[in-house]
Design a binder for this molecule. Structure first.
Ligand SMILES: [Zn+2]
Length: 189
């Protein structure tokens, strides 16, 4: 039986490199995979999974209206695994399609994303991934400022922490830092 996996972690916890690694492992054995990502993430270009290590590859961008189930169902040959980056930006409707891919097509889906936003609210997409996933795994990384585990994302603008504003501001290493709870409250900036 296929399963729905959700692997969440703070910024820089290696989510994108894990997707590229898993895809490589399948493809090395001639087992095709399909890679999706949220169309909201344009840090590189829309429709790419990019790792800070430098590897990148094309992915199918997901919007609110993307028929993810149809794309997977019509794909020939049948994919062995579906990999989805930036799940925090997906809608409930998107995620219910991932569930159908697992339950009706018997294809495993591995979703990756951030759990909480910079104000420590659950992202909508994460809420539904945590609700529906068969297996949930934390991807660990260390706090940018100390030795503790990073469980939050600190938004920074002009060298100052930001605690209010829009939930979604797309940014990379200059905008967000993976931090522990203590450094989220009192970042040594
Ligand atoms: Zn810290």
């Amino acid at each position: 039986m296929a399963q729905l996996y959700y692997k969440y972690g703070a910024m820089n916890s290696g989510k994108s490199i894990e997707i590229l690694k898993v895809a490589h492992n399948y493809e090395e054995q001639n087992k095709p995979v399909l890679i999706f990502t949220s169309a909201l993430d344009h840090r590189d270009e829309v429709g790419y999974v990019s790792s800070r290590i430098g590897l990148r590859r094309q992915a199918i961008p997901i919007t609110e209206d993307t028929d993810i189930y149809g794309i997977v169902n019509n794909h020939q040959p049948k994919p062995y695994c579906i990999l989805v980056d930036e799940c925090q930006f997906l809608s409930r409707k998107n995620i219910q399609q991932l569930v159908r891919i697992v339950d009706e097509l018997d294809v495993p889906v591995m979703g990756f994303g951030l759990k909480n936003d910079f104000q420590n609210q659950l992202f909508e997409g994460s809420r539904y991934m945590l609700t529906y996933a068969d297996k949930i795994e934390e991807m660990k990384t260390i706090c940018w400022f100390c030795e503790r585990k990073a469980i939050m994302n600190l938004r920074v603008k002009d060298g100052k922490p930001v605690y209010t504003g829009e939930q979604i501001v797309i940014g990379g290493n200059d905008t967000y830092f993976p931090v522990c709870r203590k450094c989220h409250t009192n970042p040594p900036l």
